[in-house]
Design a protein around this ligand. Structure first.
Ligand code: BG6
Ligand code: BG6
Ligand code: GLC
Ligand code: GLC
Length: 936
């Protein structure tokens, strides 16, 4: 111990004196057991502060800070910061850069706060603060800029209001008041400049943030300075007075109040009590008064007075200086205790303080200082041990690795405090590996970081709200969706009825496909797949060895714009050429394989192998095809070549092909849905409802061609200016209006138009509009998909928007993501309502209370968009609650399904031949019942 040490070096200290001094200092020596007890008590008080029932009366207040994360490096901007409550009052300008060149630049100025202002009226205090800000703005030459401000206010605040002054402050009319309001009022009173006060933070929180910027593992902030306090990241579920269980929130413990209920009175000395009584806040902050810089000197002074009274010091004379409160500032304590100082220098310091001391006096003073500061460090360590132990338990780990960000003159300048503190924590929390990280830049940097986050959240929140309002018409309520579902149901009815079909917008085309595959199909087929994003030719071999198996090979061919927009003859020549190439590659040019033709456009059919194109949709617009039979056109093109032969047995829509592909795996599949370049659905309808086809038995697949829904004006109430603009710029104005609100060919463009308008109104990109942004097609649907990815979405947004040259801010990226979400969500919702109508029809057809069915789905939007499928499923189930719908993704495209249809058609044609043969032989024709409906 110190006493032994000094006694042996200075034998002239009398044994009697020695004993008396030891007796005075004995209560400052704390055993490990005592420290453990302190730790446990602190732990209990932390819990009281967190619990709803005990929180009001808790001495450790555990104030929620609403700071929910540590900095992540994306913060940026220019901020003002105030730092009030420590040794110095500072005004700072903080410039934060994010990204690869992330950095923080700071400029600051220290201002004095005279005692009479610290303890005057609130108005005087805040006027003074504003005066200092004005000086600083002047000094920096930035008076005109209305900067966001973060305020490190190192006193206990509950939701922005000052709970009570601590340390050396005692300005009137402040307790219970809102700190931001007080500052704002003062700025108004001055009426010289304006600031955007964004955040008020405690110095512990600022410190944690400052250090957290360098080390993400920093989840505790400690101040050992004028005052003493800790904050840490607590699990939300443990914070009973704040709603929500997810994530973490920083808690400002205000542990300085520990012991205010008397729970550590057993270790408080009479000197501690004297210090408390002489303080501005008697009875309060008892732990702080034993551990922090503002009070240690006072404790020392009280001891020195006592020792002097006992005649052990200063020749028994209590000088004027010794009577002066506050003469022992932390820095003197630190100097006196420095081992590098010779005793003579200690004497000089004491003399400076007006304490005329002998050499012996200096030894004793040094000893007293040592005892007091050592106890402070140990007590602080015991408290911190309680915190890190709690963090360890929260994480549920055996060993915790954690960083504590620390600031404060006591910790920084005192020669022994930090070492003793760390030793104590190690001793009392052996399962925690605690790294102490000194905050080099003070809490101002952290306050600026918090301001950046708060500002961003605020801006994002505001912007989101703004976009929501802006795109209000695109956010369809369930009520609206149910209404649209009913409208579409009526359209379906019209399309099916003989009387209304000619004028119906939703054409409800019979496909002459009467059932899904039954597993008996077999053979070697070719399938063409034209009309989606790719033109594909496939060879599909269906064999039956024990089990039905399908083998497919395929080739993708280009369909250049000049061909799909040129003459129909050229288009079909191109298709025939590709088919020839494919057969060449497959070495089947000499064979005449049956061909199935997926042609993804509305065709009127009177049999399987005939399809009269009603109108082009999507990207196609070749002349001379509308009104013609595409099977004939293709046959003609093949004949013209003369290098191979083909037998086109069936033309099917992609929805039908998809339903058949999925029906191969799931017998319950009776709906085919495409959400890709275009959108459409087919389903199995009862023959008795299909007026346009003879017969009432069984079912037939109906290609709804729902893309045309709304072409008669029935969706005008939900179409927006952007939808109208898309339509005007399309190949088929006035047509496929539903498709244009939903499908992939238009979605990116829809988003682009919205972004252009928002930018023009200054709501995005600071109003920047670039030629790229103004170029049609520069924003694609795949970009919407990329931006809506949950993890890398924002980075993608940045990348994509940067390519458009608009220099997006983080908020712009978040806003654009939100726009994408609204547009794609609307699409999924609209499809859910039209699909819902089909499901209702199926349920009613079956006369069941609950529909159990499978929907086969294909299309790039459905497949590639990260959220689309889930949203569609969810909304569909909500809109049609009395159903169990399985969505089955078509993995192999519609070609396989087209082959299935072809297989049936092929068998029928063979049978037809047989039947004709039989007919000539006088046998009655025996048609397979299942195939009866296929008209040839
Ligand atoms: C400073 C911080 O570095 O340390 C302040 O910027 C904090 O926010 C202070 O209050 C605490 O130490 P002291 O010793 O000045 O009270
Ligand atoms: C494919 C089908 O998988 O999806 C095509 O094989 C269909 O027949 C297409 O047209 C639809 O999606 P997209 O996105 O290519 O238009
Ligand atoms: C006092 C204040 C507290 C602050 C600490 C350190 O304890 O009440 O808010 O964090 O001092 O400055
Ligand atoms: C268009 C076509 C339709 C097709 C859909 C999906 O809407 O008109 O036939 O099914 O796109 O590709």
């Amino acid at each position: 111990s110190f006493s032994v040490h000094y006694a042996s070096f200075f034998p002239h200290l009398l044994a009697a004196q020695r004993k008396q001094i030891d007796a005075v200092l004995a209560p400052f020596l704390l055993s490990l057991d005592t420290l453990r007890e302190v730790k446990n008590k602190m732990r209990a008080e932390l819990e009281y502060g967190l619990k709803r029932e005990t929180q009001a009366s808790a001495t450790v207040k555990m104030l929620p800070t609403y700071v929910c994360g540590t900095p992540d490096g994306t913060e940026s901007g220019k901020f003002l910061a105030l730092d009030l409550g420590g040794t110095n009052f500072r005004v700072l300008l903080v410039k934060i850069r994010s990204g690869r060149r992330r950095s923080v630049q700071m400029y600051n100025k220290i201002f004095a706060i005279p005692l009479e202002i610290m303890q005057g009226t609130g108005e005087e205090l805040f006027d003074h603060i504003v005066q200092c800000i004005a000086d600083f703005l002047e000094y920096m030459g930035i008076k005109g800029a209305r900067l966001p401000l973060g305020f490190t206010f190192s006193f206990p605040c509950r939701q922005g209001t000052l709970v009570g002054w601590t340390k050396g402050f005692k300005a009137t009319d402040c307790e219970g008041e809102d700190v931001v309001d007080m500052l704002r009022e003062a700025i108004r009173r001055r009426n010289e400049f304006d600031l955007d006060i964004v955040a008020v933070v405690n110095d512990t929180v600022g410190t944690m943030m400052t250090c957290g910027y360098e080390d993400p593992n920093c989840e505790i902030g400690l101040i050992a300075g004028t005052g003493s306090n800790v904050c840490y990241m607590e699990d939300m579920k443990n914070i009973e007075i704040v709603e929500g269980n997810e994530g973490k929130m920083c808690i400002n413990t205000e542990w300085g109040g520990f012991g205010d209920n008397g729970c550590i009175d057993n270790i408080r000395t009479k000197y501690d009590k004297q210090v408390d009584e002489g303080s501005l806040n008697a009875g309060k902050q008892r732990y702080e008064k034993m551990t922090s810089g503002m009070y240690l000197g006072e404790i020392v002074r009280q001891i020195l007075i006592d020792l002097t009274k006992q005649g052990l010091l200063f020749r028994g004379q209590i000088s004027e200086s010794l009577r002066k409160r506050g003469i022992f500032e932390t820095k003197f304590l630190s100097q006196i205790e420095s081992d590098r100082l010779a005793l003579l220098q200690v004497r000089r310091i004491l003399q400076q303080l007006g304490l005329d001391s002998t050499c012996e006096d200096s030894i004793i003073v040094k000893e007293v200082c040592g005892a007091v500061s050592r106890r402070a460090a140990q007590l602080c360590g015991a408290g911190l041990a309680a915190i890190v132990e709690k963090k360890r338990e929260n994480r549920g780990v055996e060993h915790l690795q954690i960083t504590v960000g620390v600031d404060g003159t006591l910790y920084k300048l005192h020669p022994h405090f930090s070492r003793v503190l760390q030793e104590t924590v190690r001793e009392l929390a052996p399962q925690c590996d605690v790294t102490f990280m000194l905050s080099e830049d003070g809490s101002g940097k952290g306050a600026a970081l918090i301001t950046a986050v708060a500002k961003r959240l605020h801006n994002i929140g505001r912007k989101r709200g703004l976009i929501d309002k802006y795109l209000y018409a695109m956010r369809l309520s369930d009520e609206t969706l149910i209404d649209i579902m009913a409208r579409f149901r009526r359209e379906m009815k019209n399309g099916l009825s003989r009387d209304f079909n000619p004028t119906a917008t939703v054409k409800m085309l019979p496909t002459f496909v009467r059932s899904i595959p039954d597993g008996s199909e077999k053979g070697d087929f070719i399938a063409l797949d034209l009309g989606g994003s790719y033109f594909r030719i496939l060879r599909v071999k269906v064999s039956h060895e024990k089990k039905q198996t399908v083998q497919m090979e395929s080739e993708i061919y280009n369909t250049p714009e000049d061909i799909i927009h040129g003459s129909g003859t050229r288009l079909f020549d191109h298709v025939a050429e590709c088919l020839g190439d494919f057969m060449e590659k497959q070495q089947i040019k000499d064979k005449k394989l049956p061909v199935g033709f997926t042609f993804s456009f509305p065709c009127r059919q009177s049999k399987l192998d005939e399809g009269v194109l009603i109108t082009w949709t999507k990207r196609f617009k070749a002349s001379g095809v509308e009104g013609a039979d595409v099977v004939k056109l293709l046959n003609k093109a093949i004949k013209k070549r003369g290098d191979y032969d083909a037998d086109i047995m069936a033309v099917v829509n992609d929805t039908v092909g998809t339903m058949m592909t999925c029906g191969f795996d799931d017998q319950r599949c009776e709906v085919g849905l495409i959400i890709g370049t275009g959108t459409n659905a087919c389903y199995m309808e009862e023959m008795r409802h299909i007026d346009l086809v003879e017969g009432d038995e069984g079912r037939m697949c109906i290609n709804t061609e729902w893309g045309a829904f709304g072409d008669d004006g029935s969706l005008e109430d939900i179409r927006t200016e952007f939808d109208r603009e898309i339509d005007r710029g399309s190949l088929n104005p006035g047509k496929q209006l539903f498709e244009k609100m939903v499908s992939g060919l238009y979605m990116g463009e829809l988003v682009r138009l919205i972004l252009v308008k928002m930018a023009k109104e200054g709501l995005l990109f600071e109003g920047r509009i670039t030629p790229e942004l103004l170029t049609k097609g520069k924003f694609e649907t795949k970009h919407v998909s990329a931006i809506e990815k949950s993890k890398e979405g924002l980075n993608k947004a940045k990348e994509i928007l940067t390519r458009l040259g608009v220099e997006p801010s983080h908020e712009d990226c978040v806003a654009v993501q939100h726009v994408c979400t609204i547009v794609s969500f609307r699409s999924a919702n609209l499809v859910a309502s039209t699909l819902g109508a089909i499901l209702n029809q199926l349920r009613d057809n079956k006369g069941v209370g609950r529909l159990r069915t499978t929907v086969g789905v294909d299309g790039s939007l459905y497949k590639m968009h990260p959220q689309y499928a889930r949203r569609l499923h969810k909304t569909t189930r909500r809109l049609v609650p009395d159903s169990d719908v399985r969505f089955l993704l078509s993995e192999s495209g519609s070609g396989k399904g087209a082959a299935m249809v072809t297989a049936v058609a092929y068998r029928l044609s063979e049978q037809h031949r047989d039947n004709l043969f039989a007919f000539f032989l006088g046998y009655p024709p025996q048609l397979d019942k299942r195939l009866q409906g296929y008209r040839l």
